[in-house]
Design a protein around this ligand. Structure first.
Ligand SMILES: Nc1ncnc2c1ncn2[C@@H]1O[C@H](COP(=O)(O)OP(=O)(O)OP(=O)(O)O)[C@@H](O)[C@H]1O
Ligand SMILES: [Mg+2]
Length: 340
């Protein structure tokens, strides 16, 4: 998906470090070449890893390695918009996403256990020790789960595909809603709107009875209740911090017969976060993390298909700041404090 040699933006320099098995892109114009120096530089981004381990999947953002009983999730600095991975990375994005999932796993622990084993790179299997610098703060080791093949989405507000269906049919995932709602409006109460995991492209919203038919009514009901419970806990928490959690997607899996929260949790990639101070129903909301990127891309004559364009330095920096702001607003911590 990434071309190693074809820099798509001027002033972009790419280094392929065979020895470490890691693909770094330096977005600075005059970059030193040493590995440790590169790692320390603020503007360095990690676009792709190539560790000599079995790769389970490379998603839009994360590289997942299969270690047998466990999985190693690495959050890169890739960014996608309009379902395409863009030609530039966002400094610190991987750290933000990883730390945010960890934050929520911990906060939700009294309600649901997660698949997390550890995010302390010093406790990873010894064979990973030579990549500790890379893995620190942007990775986690998780228990391999038997995944429930349903994306468990909770929506407290109308947006995206929910808004689209409502406009056409007055329902979301088949659930009837009151008439007269606008794009971005708060729903009378949060709804469970499951989706099937599509191999490519958009996931498909399905009615609850589809989940019940496939998984059995007990498990389907449990997934719905758990999804709505943890959505409400997270949304209440976020609201106290000036952020609306409009909707989010959870994935669950079984580990030793126990249903656990797996995958990522409540990151800006799996959730719609809207700052309360710019919230104005009646149209699309300001996106906390990707607004600068989307606005910029809309100025281009790009057909929203691959290959996607690279981003100007200014957009990259503003977006990086927004990710960090979302993290610090939500968690009350600064990213520096936890990556230092
Ligand atoms: N504990 C786990 N055990 C087994 N599989 C897991 C576990 N946690 C997550 N997964 C699966 O690992 C995969 C992670 O892939 P990832 O989310 O990075 O990419 P993707 O879903 O293919 O694409 P996207 O970037 O659009 O999300 C998903 O298929 C997810 O269901
Ligand atoms: Mg995914």
């Amino acid at each position: 998906m990434f071309s190693i040699t074809s820099g798509r933006s001027s002033g972009t320099r790419r280094e392929y470090l065979l020895a470490s098995g890691i693909f770094w892109e330096s977005q600075s114009q005059s970059s030193p070449l040493g590995y440790s120096e590169m790692f320390m530089q603020q503007e360095e981004v990690l676009l792709e890893t190539k560790l000599p381990l079995p790769l389970l999947t490379r998603g839009k953002v994360r590289d997942v390695y299969d270690l047998g009983e466990t999985l190693l999730f690495i959050a890169t600095d890739r960014i996608s918009a309009f379902d395409c991975i863009l030609g530039s990375g966002i400094p610190d994005k991987g750290h933000v996403l990883n730390q945010m999932s960890l934050f929520w796993f911990d906060l939700l622990k009294p309600t649901v256990r997660s698949h997390l084993l550890t995010a302390d790179a010093t406790k990873y299997p010894r064979k990973l020790s030579k990549w500790r610098g890379l893995l620190k703060n942007r990775s986690m080791l998780v228990k391999k789960a038997q995944m429930v093949q349903v994306e468990c989405v909770a929506r407290g507000y109308l947006a995206g595909s929910g808004w689209k269906e409502y406009r056409e049919k007055g329902t979301v995932c088949g659930i009837p809603l009151p008439a007269g709602l606008r794009d971005g409006d708060k729903l009378p109460e949060p709804v469970f709107t499951p989706a099937t995991k599509a191999q490519s492209g958009h996931d498909i919203n399905v009615p609850f009875r589809y989940v019940a038919n496939h998984l059995g009514v007990d498990l389907a009901g449990h997934l719905r209740d758990l999804t709505l419970t943890i959505y409400s806990q997270a949304a209440d928490y976020a609201l106290q911090r000036g952020i609306i959690l409009a909707d989010t997607k959870f994935e669950f899996g079984f580990v030793d017969g126990e249903l656990v929260l797996a995958d990522e949790a409540l990151t800006p990639d799996s959730s719609r976060y809207w700052p309360t101070d710019t919230y104005q129903p009646g149209g699309p909301q300001y996106s906390f993390d990707k607004q600068y990127v989307r606005d910029y891309l809309e100025t281009l004559n790009w057909d929203k298909r691959l290959p996607a364009p690279a981003l100007p330095q200014e957009i990259i920096e503003k977006t990086s700041d927004k990710y960090k702001e979302a993290y610090s607003r939500l968690t009350g911590r600064t990213l520096e404090a936890c990556t230092g």
